[in-house]
Design a protein around this ligand. Structure first.
Ligand SMILES: [Cu+2]
Length: 261
């Protein structure tokens, strides 16, 4: 009986060790991935069916932003950002109901009720938080581009806090927009834009909601991924406690069954 009992205890401890080691590794790497599948907006007006995907990979202190897009108006620069609400409310991509003035377009101002405000630009220097820039990616003659930028996460969080009052990028509550049609595109006068910027530059042509990916995969897809707090040491310890108590229960159960025997 002693031999079997100690086997149960040992396997319980081993199980706990494996699980703790797994959590420890996840915690140390601090890797998180967020993605957004971009779908076309205003394609009737632009004649373009823009699609693509955006990815935000946090690896330790680094954030890598990638955007692969195609079906864009070719040979021109396209503004791209994540948009969101300052109060952290979840942003969404506008649908046709967003066209309040019924001019057949969802202009930048009409997106605000759904997606909030322009937050972080994806150009050569996102940390600058400068929205006007001539370093946004340029679509090639096929209407495609690939954008990739790695930056210090802390720097972006600090810049974000300066502008929006919180260092929480809250990526899973934001949307990605790609903007821009050729300058010569005729748009109705009702197409609104920011300040004096022509509506052709800011017209949204693709949108995607950002979703957190990495832990959802680790934890079996459909289930809600655990919050980052799950990786905190005291939670790991309490999980350790749960494993130990399961091991104890198994041990007691075994003891009882032997007594019956
Ligand atoms: Cu934008």
């Amino acid at each position: 009986m002693k031999i079997i009992r100690s086997r149960v205890v040992v396997s319980g401890i081993m199980g706990a060790a494996i699980i703790i080691a797994t959590w420890g590794a996840a915690s140390a790497a601090e890797s998180q991935v967020y993605t957004a599948e971009l779908h076309a907006l205003n394609s009737d007006a632009t004649g373009a069916k823009a699609v693509g995907d955006a990815k935000f990979a946090i690896d330790g202190d680094e954030l890598t932003i990638t955007v692969d897009a195609e079906g864009l108006p070719p040979n021109m620069m396209h503004l791209q950002h994540f948009h969101g609400f300052k109060d952290g409310k979840a942003a969404s991509c506008p649908d046709s109901a967003a066209d309040k003035n019924d001019d057949g377009l969802i202009d930048l101002i009409e997106t605000e009720a759904y997606a909030g405000t322009t937050m972080v630009p994806f150009h050569n220097d996102p940390v600058s938080m400068e929205i006007p820039s001539d370093t946004y990616p340029k679509a090639d003659s096929n209407g495609s581009y690939k954008y990739k930028k790695t930056l210090p996460l802390k720097d972006l969080q600090a810049a974000f806090a300066k502008t929006f009052g919180s260092d929480d990028l809250a990526l899973d509550r934001r949307v990605v927009f790609i903007h821009g049609v050729p300058a010569e595109t005729e748009l109705p006068k009702s197409a609104a834009s920011l300040g004096t910027i022509p509506a052709q530059i800011t017209l949204p042509i693709a949108c995607g909601t950002i979703k957190r990916l990495s832990n959802a995969l680790k934890w079996g897809g459909g289930r809600n991924p655990p919050s980052p707090a799950f990786h905190r040491p005291y939670l790991r310890e309490s999980a350790c406690g749960v494993i130990a108590s399961i091991a104890r229960r198994a041990d007691r159960g075994l003891t009882r069954s032997f007594r019956v025997y």
